[in-house]
Unconditional design. Sequence first.
Length: 76
Amino acid sequence: MSTTAKHFSPRASLAALGLRLRRLGFLEAIATTVKVPQKTVRHTPAEKLYDAFLAILSGAHGLSEINTRLRCDTTL
């Protein structure tokens, strides 16, 4: 007997949307045009822009909520 757990994620569509937008280069024009004078420790300014966009789409109140809304989702 095999036990398979079924998981439901209310934000699974964000994963598909993010993949599609990345393939289309949706934010590439902004990332190449806008230069932010900041040092890169872990994430580039363009990656932070993607994080902010995903936070808006997921309904987060701030960027710190990405860790509690998206990254803890075991299905994603």
